[in-house]
Design a protein around this ligand. Structure first.
Ligand SMILES: Nc1ncnc2c1ncn2[C@@H]1O[C@H](COP(=O)(O)OP(=O)(O)OP(=O)(O)O)[C@@H](O)[C@H]1O
Ligand SMILES: [Mg+2]
Length: 325
């Protein structure tokens, strides 16, 4: 019941449509002329350890998928992911339907519409507030809605060939998720030192959800378990997972930033990276330096892209046309 709970089937809406609806209900209820809201949505799937954009048709994607990157000002993000600007529940619903149609689904003996990939829907919610003292200030929140792929054992699902390979990739990322949760729980309960590294990089799933798992976030995990006695083992292991996850303590803070400050920080980070690149003053790079430089150059470009994106007016980016009314 994971996809049933998250996405829903037909008239039975899941958590994703219900929360999208709620976002726009609250936006519509706001009458302050000092505030405006911008909502962007992206949708990716993690299939066999590659990240693919669900807003891009399968034929137009590269086989190696998208990279997950991190920057001081931008946090962890998927590089080059399509972000659709939406201004109503209808346009968000249209976007998600389009993405769901591009998803990997295969029948297993246990579920006729079994999810063979993890899906991460990210809603970027910007609250821009006019504030005479500071100019404009902006609160940026990311809501990640995740539908995990099935964790059933291959012997039970009757999987062979490609489906078995998919199953192995799914299990790998789910066990990486389990390890991250264990480590964070051990830190929270003092079972291990707070300084110990958390193995976020062991899978694309944990890397992408790094901030949601152990950072400044509020996180809710829904466990779907089966009442059948034949699923006893899976049910027990799911409950153990949940029990560990409950021990993690996150402290969520509001990311409020004057718009100018955010842009200034991006520019500063960009400038610093650029100077580091130019620092060697024309001398040929040593091999290990070359790799570092390539990485810096990439970051410079990413920041530039983010700044350019910021310059495009929200209304010009809207997906599916303006909302009726
Ligand atoms: N609470 C529920 N009430 C009625 N039907 C449900 C409920 N939960 C799940 N189902 C039905 O059970 C079937 C399997 O559910 P679902 O696809 O959500 O499983 P899943 O956990 O996503 O599986 P997988 O891991 O294989 O993707 C679907 O046909 C769904 O409609
Ligand atoms: Mg599913």
């Amino acid at each position: 019941g994971k996809s049933y709970s998250m996405i829903g089937y037909g008239v039975n809406k899941g958590i994703v449509p219900i929360s999208c609806e709620e976002i726009f209900t609250r936006i519509d209820g706001n009458t302050s002329p000092e505030e405006r809201f911008e909502v962007l949505i992206s949708m990716v799937e993690i299939y066999n350890e590659t990240v693919q954009d669900l807003f891009v048709p399968q034929a137009q994607r590269s086989a190696k998928g998208l990279d997950i990157r991190e920057s001081k000002t931008l946090g962890v993000f998927v590089d080059g992911v399509v972000k659709l600007a939406v201004d109503s529940y209808e346009s968000i619903e249209k976007a998600i339907d389009m993405g769901s149609g591009n998803r990997q689904v295969g029948a297993t003996a246990m579920n006729a519409t079994s999810s063979r990939s993890h899906v991460v829907i990210t809603i970027e919610f910007k609250q821009v507030r006019k504030n005479t003292a500071m100019g404009e200030s902006v609160i940026v929140s990311n809501i990640n809605l995740v539908d995990l792929a099935g964790s059933e054992k291959s012997t039970q699902t009757g999987a062979t060939g490609d489906t078995l390979k998919e199953g192995n990739a799914i299990n790998k990322s789910l066990s990486a998720l389990g390890n991250v949760i264990s480590k964070l729980a051990d830190k929270a309960t003092g079972k291990c030192s707070a300084k110990e590294p958390v193995p976020y990089r062991d899978s694309k799933l944990t890397r992408l959800l790094q901030n949601a798992l152990g950072g400044s976030s509020k996180t809710v995990m829904v466990c779907a378990i089966s009442p059948a006695s034949t699923n006893y083992e899976e049910t027990l292991s799911t409950l153990r997972y949940a029990d560990r996850a409950k021990k993690i303590k996150n402290t969520a803070v509001v990311n409020e930033n004057p718009m100018e400050k955010l842009l200034r920080e991006m520019k500063e980070e960009n400038e610093k990276l650029r100077q580091m690149l130019e620092g060697r003053g024309g001398a040929a790079p040593v091999p290990e330096q070359a790799a570092q430089e390539a990485e810096q150059l990439e970051k410079v470009q990413l920041l530039r892209k983010a700044m350019q994106e910021n310059d495009v007016d929200f209304s010009e980016r809207l997906f599916g046309g303006p909302a009726p009314g």
